[in-house]
Design a protein around this ligand. Structure first.
Ligand SMILES: C[S@@+](CC[C@H](N)C(=O)[O-])C[C@H]1O[C@@H](n2cnc3c(N)ncnc32)[C@H](O)[C@@H]1O
Length: 244
């Protein structure tokens, strides 16, 4: 399997294609950490608000729902493929909204993964709701899981407790990191190389990668989009495999 980009010095490999096919070709137990931000299945021709303007919620063809059964099967299959590729003590993070995250959680449970935490990523700068007939959506859920309850996963507790987590107004200094993370959507400077409709903020990936991996580890993202996970993995001395 040939990457479309490879840098042997830093340990980056990028693959272009279907995650379901490409994950099968990666060696068994070769990733220390997986971060996956799969399609949300929310592109249903609705509207949202961006920079004060009414805009379509549609992200692209890849984000259209094929119905709950087929969407669930897709999530079940890629999560199963990740289980083969993840090392025994490795962990997976999956992010999503209510459109997708319950299907991912159910797939994890059906496959016998052990859920360590679910994190509420609260977006203080979320867009307003235009209909004014419901609460304004302002969070995503992240599930953090390991292959087996007895697996010895990495959790850099001291760093999470004592690190300088700038901007997280829900965390007081020297207190345990809690499961609600207040992090703004990506800054403009993170979009200077182009826009991706569902780009994750670097500070979210920084927390995930520093919490649950160590230097030299292999981080895999099977739906890497603009490459946020890779940028942060590289910044903190991790290797990176990205698929999109
Ligand atoms: C929610 S976005 C990920 C955004 C990414 N976390 C970032 O920070 O830019 C999901 C990505 O999955 C990709 N995708 C959708 N279906 C896929 C598939 N079957 N295999 C691989 N990638 C897929 C899309 O092209 C899209 O870039």
């Amino acid at each position: 399997m040939k990457p479309i980009f490879e840098d042997k010095e830093t340990g980056i490999r990028l693959y272009f294609g279907d995650a379901l096919e490409l994950l099968k070709k990666l060696p068994e137990e070769s990733a220390d950490l997986i971060f996956a931000d799969p399609p949300y299945n929310l592109s249903n021709d609705g509207f949202t608000c961006h920079a004060g303007k009414r805009v379509s919620v549609n992200k692209g063809e890849w984000d259209k729902s094929k119905g709950i059964e087929e969407d669930f099967l897709f999530h079940y299959k890629w999560i199963e493929a990740c289980k083969r590729v993840l090392k025994p003590n490795g962990t997976i993070w999956i992010s999503g909204t209510y459109h997708s995250i319950y299907a991912c959680g159910f797939a994890l449970q059906k496959q016998g993964w052990h859920i360590i935490n679910d994190i509420c990523w609260f977006k203080p700068n979320a867009s307003p709701n235009l209909s004014c007939r419901m609460f304004t959506a302002s969070h995503e859920t992240l599930i953090w899981a390991k292959k087996d309850k007895k697996a010895k996963h990495i959790f850099n507790y001291d760093l999470m407790r004592n690190g300088d987590w700038n901007g997280d107004f829900l965390k007081k200094p020297n207190k345990q990191m809690r499961s609600v993370w207040a992090i703004n959507t990506p800054k403009n400077e993170e979009k200077k190389h182009g826009k991706h409709p569902t780009q994750k903020p670097e500070s979210l990936l920084k927390r995930i990668i520093l919490a649950s991996s160590k230097e030299g580890d292999v981080v895999l993202d099977p739906f890497c989009g603009s490459g946020t996970t890779g940028v942060v993995a590289l910044r903190y001395g991790r290797k990176f495999i990205g698929i999109d």
